[in-house]
Write a protein that binds this ligand. Structure first.
Ligand code: COA
Length: 160
């Protein structure tokens, strides 16, 4: 069984992330979306809330081979525990490359069996980040075309 982890902060999940998940579904038997607490970021939603938003999207979109879980610690350790030898990451633009290259090589150093595969989202999502979504929402802008409907309504409930 080909199991892949899709790690990230997902604060919140965007349509760009969905694009990556839907490409991954075609290749892997199971995808585990791993929500990192990420000590370098100050999230708007805690890990439990981010997982709940993703669970709802999985249910609504009827993804049968996608799970979500929160994790703390090294992503490669989590991969080992779950029998995953692939990490999925999105590459939106050249600017993502250096950071992703460094992470992929470092994860390989830490666990030689791990490979990182990169998917490119549709170009309409290349400018999208969770930070931009939070920024627009915090100024009462509409985020409906950047995130799934259920996520947009959770953001509204949180902010207003
Ligand atoms: N569409 C839209 N946005 C996307 C995207 C896509 N397809 N892919 C990435 N992004 C955005 C994210 O929304 C995020 O935006 P933000 O910075 O505004 O929050 C940004 O790109 C970064 O992406 P993300 O996937 O959340 O990466 P990250 O750098 O926050 O997290 C981890 C990286 C969690 C995977 C990494 O830190 C990790 O593995 N941590 C665990 C500890 C560990 O093992 N460390 C060693 C790593 S070598």
């Amino acid at each position: 069984m080909k199991i892949a982890l899709y790690p990230g902060t997902f604060d919140p999940l965007t349509l760009g992330h969905i694009d990556i998940i839907e490409q991954g579904i075609k290749i892997f038997d199971k995808i585990i979306i791993t929500v990192a607490s990420n000590s370098t970021k100050k999230p708007m939603f805690n890990a439990k809330e981010r997982c709940a938003m993703i669970s709802e999207v999985i249910k609504i979109n009827k993804y049968s081979n996608v799970e979500v879980t929160a994790f703390d610690g090294l992503v490669v350790e989590y991969a080992k525990q779950n029998g995953a030898t692939t990490l999925i990451r999105g590459l939106r633009a050249v600017t993502d490359f250096e950071y992703e290259f460094q992470m992929a090589l470092m994860n390989k150093q830490l666990y030689s069996k791990i490979s990182t595969v990169f998917f490119m989202p549709d170009e309409k999502h290349t400018y999208l980040t969770s930070t931009i979504v939070r920024e627009i929402a915090s100024h009462e802008g509409k985020v409906d075309s950047f995130v799934p409907k259920s996520v947009a309504s959770t953001i509204k409930k949180k902010l207003y």
